[in-house]
Ligand binder design. Sequence first.
Ligand code: NAG
Ligand code: NAG
Length: 807
Amino acid sequence: MGGVGIPSWKLLFLCICLADVTVGQVRYSIPEEMATGSFVGNIIQDLGLDAKRLKSGRARIFTEDSSEYIGLNVHEGTLVVKKRIDREEQCGVVFPCSLHFQIILDNPMELHRIDVEILDINDNAPVFAKREMNFEISEMSTAGTRFSLDSARDPDVGLNTLQTYKLNPTDHFKLNMLSRPDGTKYAEMVLQTVLDRENQEAHTLTLTAYDGGDPPKSGSVKINVIVKDANDNAPAFSQSLYRVTVPENASQGTVILKVSATDADKGVNGELMYSFSQNSDNTASVFNMDSQTGKLSVEGELNYEKVKYYEIDVDATDKGGLRDTSKVLIEVTDVNDNMPVISIISLSNPIPEDSAPDTVVTMLNIKDVDSGQNGNVKCFINPGLPFKMKLSSANFYSLVSDDVLDRETTPEYNITITAMDGGSPPYSTNKTINLRISDVNDNAPVFPQPLLSAFVTENNSPGMSLLTVKANDRDSGNNARISYFLEDSELNGMSASAYFSVNAESGEILAVRSFDYEQTKHFQFRVKAQDGGSPPLSSNVTVKILIQDQNDNPPQVLYPVQSSGSVVAEMVPRSADVGYLVTKVVAVDVDSGQNAWLSYKLQKATDRALFEVGLQNGEIRTIRQVTDKDAVKQRLTVIVEDNGQPSRSATVIVNVAVADSFPEVLSEFTDFPHDKEYNDNLTFYLVLALAVVSFLFITCLVVIVSVKIYRWRRERLFYKSSGNLPVIPYYPPLYADAGGTGTLKQAFRYEVYGTTDSKKSDLKCPQPFSQNTLSVDHSVTTTVPRQNTQSEILFTEEVRSACRFPL
Ligand SMILES: *[C@@H]1O[C@H](CO)[C@@H](O)[C@H](O)[C@H]1NC(C)=O
Ligand SMILES: *[C@@H]1O[C@H](CO)[C@@H](O)[C@H](O)[C@H]1NC(C)=O
């Protein structure tokens, strides 16, 4: 029957009781947790049973669930605690808590109901289920916000169970105690003052539960409150204005500034992003802002010369969208990164050499876009040039000449203009101007020598080149193009151009005609050199042309006269001694020098043994005594030669009459083929003419002699020892001019004989003639000894024919 449910069984059991079983009921109260064996009650007393009955009835305890907390001591009739009883285990929170069992007795069967009420003792403290409670509370939570707390549990009942809570500390929270409808108490935590994570991020509280036992027991739990951040703080820059300077040559990526902002919030609310403000768009290409670090770096090119300041608004934004703005002032500082630039505004090139000092050559503009000292440019040129720089106005310079210029000395200048700024290190720029100096006709042509001379041999061909004159002109171009001109002057009564011509281009001097040394020995004239400048400049040179002699003239025999129509015969007395001077052959040579140096030789003679001819002086002398046997008529051929190369010569026939008297001579020379009557007339005229001529001759002679003496005296002053000059073979250049030795002075001789040799003379017979013919030349060297007077006979052609001299 055991498997059936208790209620049905119980119900059945009660029915039986009610019918024929004695029923007793005893109630006991014991506190829980009594030790085993502890006395609970005495059923003998309480049920009114005696001890025998207990034994005979085999009293025993019957529990419905067979749990045996209470044992029965049959001998004593006492109930004792058999097993520790925990009220909370038995009943939990059910109150009151009792153990129910039956004392069953047999014979007769008796049932006695025993209730043992288990009384609670405060053996349990309040206990929280968790060791700690965690809350995350936003700092934005307002006061009054409630947070329910886990309740503690205390299995005890009544006062021994949980009675109250306490919270500590209570600066932010207070505890709110509430009761549920079932009477259980629970607590809430109410925010009293606002939390600030930034102030305190975590709070730790202790919640303690107390029961009502005596003494009370308690249990506590830790409450961890973590304040959850709210984006309640805006970022804030460390400075509201940042100032920074950056050199303009800062390279890309250079960090120039780090802005920083702080945000008191936490997490994303405190995560900041840096950026340029919207209104700073123009700087985005120049600078870069690292959104994470706030580093401001150079992104593009800075150029002080373009932008000197940047004003940038920067934002720091947190993830919650709050933002702060600061201003960054970036000042770009100048760096000497620009060279000076030289621009030529105007340039006069070339400039004439006669430019006055301070003539402007070029105008320059010099610029350096740097500022301050970096843009402070000095300008100068290389030293040692006759130029200087002049500052005309700010940044404008002019290069002016500083001295007199001379193209002939320096035709060009390389002027290097240097512009240097004041930076450190400085930058400089050069510009070189090749300045040419143009020519001005400031130099006249110049002949290297003031006098030029040239020799030309006479009898030149016309057109012959004599010499070339050359002048130099230091100018250039047309100013140095020289033309040569013959300066007109009178030469020998004629214009110089009749003799010479000058090639205007080459300066070559040509002979226009053939020259004759015997006529003119030298010419002197001027040649002008003129340049092509405007106005032209000129100079002149004296040219001396010396004509050189050529042996172009044969000697000319002056005496004896060789006319085809007359005969001259020299008389030699038969008494003449050895060395008797018969006559003297006189010849001249109009050439000069060697060409006029004459020598005389006997070429043919009737009797070679009788005469000799002086080689130098042409004197014909006897070389032996004349005898009677010698023929009256002697004919000598004398050759006169000059010393030229080749030499020229002339011959002369000298007739000599060896006789003592004139009639003797005449008888010898009777074979003249002339008619007697005709000869009488002729003789008369001849004598008449002779008389006139003799008179004139003497007159002239006197004049000439006196002139000669006068000259001779003068020459003595210069030639002190010239007595025997002609003997030695020395020929001074002007030998013939000086009034030579063996040669008669040409002009004089012509004069003398020119008159006697008149064809109009009507001399029938030769007359004794003055001996003085030969002594007229009183020049120093004429030292012919004159022992005898001697007559000379002059025969004209007429005389010869009249007197019929056999020739
Ligand atoms: C100027 O410079 C040029 C080119 O460098 C050079 O040929 C010339 O000789 C220079 N002249 C002078 C006077 O230095
Ligand atoms: C020739 O030159 C000289 C100087 O050399 C000068 O005195 C003279 O006047 C010039 N003669 C002529 C005709 O120009």
